[in-house]
Design a protein around this ligand. Sequence first.
Ligand code: V47
Ligand code: SF4
Length: 378
Amino acid sequence: MTSEAQILALINVPNFNASLKSIAEKVLHQVRISTDDALVLFKEGEIGFLGALANYIRESKYGNQTFFNRNFHIEPTNVCVFNCTFCSYSRLYKNKEAGWELSIDQMMHIVKKYDHIPVTEVHIVGGVHPKMDLDFFCELLRQIKLHRPNLHLKGFTAVELDYMFRKAKLTRQEGMLKLKEAGLQSLPGGGAEIFNPEIRKQICEDKVDGAGWLDIHKTAHQLGMHSNATMLYGHIEKYEDRIDHMNQLRTMQDETKGFNCFIPLKFRNMDNDMSHLPEVSLIEDIKTYAVARIFLDNFAHLKAYWPMLGRNNAQLMLSYGVDDLDGTIDDSTKIYSMAGSEEQVPSMTTDELCDLIRDVNRMPVERDTVYNIIKEYN
Ligand code: V47
Ligand code: SF4
């Protein structure tokens, strides 16, 4: 049965929920759904129905193609001036607890380890260390570009950037231009969390606010750079907050068209100041991914970040709107293993990642950072 026929079969049974039926009809006619519709989906849609809609959208865009890239991460430091309550990763700068701080030479050593490996991207993200300033990172970017000009440099959350620019006493545009001139090409999506100021006050009070996060991404888009967007879900936020967050992203994407993909990040509760909160269920994960795919009609891609979600659940999301499984990163990110993800050593070879995709009858496609196709693995 085609995914369209599957939806029609679901909604044409007698007494089917009228609100859900009207949302399904919007999806089939490519009409944007409203924030009220999204709330109905969260509250009344069961996962078979949500999956049918999300999968219809995903297959209309890409059929069975499922994207991944070959990348590695550099985490310059886990020392951080901020104190987000959900974070298991940072070591507070003021407490002088043991953390790591890599020099430029040490980071170049990591880059050189990949000299004979066909990676296309390096993802640079870490804590906010007061001594690692704009000039330090410009120098790092220049050295990487000099060493390997074709490696795409994706780096720095809006939180790191906001702090860097303020310290350098530069406007966001001036600061971003400096990084771009040094070689930065894209921004990752971190630091967005949940935009609602009431929630933000409780989980990450002192770092850049939602408006600032959006403005930094807009600045990058206006300079011709692309970026990703994330949402940290499954802690103290309500469905309304998730929808408001996605709505602000959708509105900005209408304007700039600069976001490549949306990445829902499930709150993991190990070893942080919110450990008392239970993690949400797999059903909640499925709902969140599916509603994101249906609501964010102007986002080309929906990514399940497997080091955080776990590879089996990420694979499952390929039936709920996801078309991208991020990269084949080896053991170069610590942020999720420290937060309690089942992926304690997040490493997957290209063959393993392709098998994961093929196992659910999808076709693995290697892409670069901006989704140019590098190779289809039939
Ligand atoms: O902003 C921190 C999240 C983000 C926890 O753009 C946590 O391609 C869950 O944004 N439980 C940083 N999440 C990572 C990030 C990212 C990752 C992979 C790919 C891309 C991309 C971006 O990690 C933070 C925060 O939202 N985070 N602690 C936790 N306990
Ligand atoms: Fe620092 Fe980022 Fe952790 Fe917040 S989430 S404490 S900004 S490393």
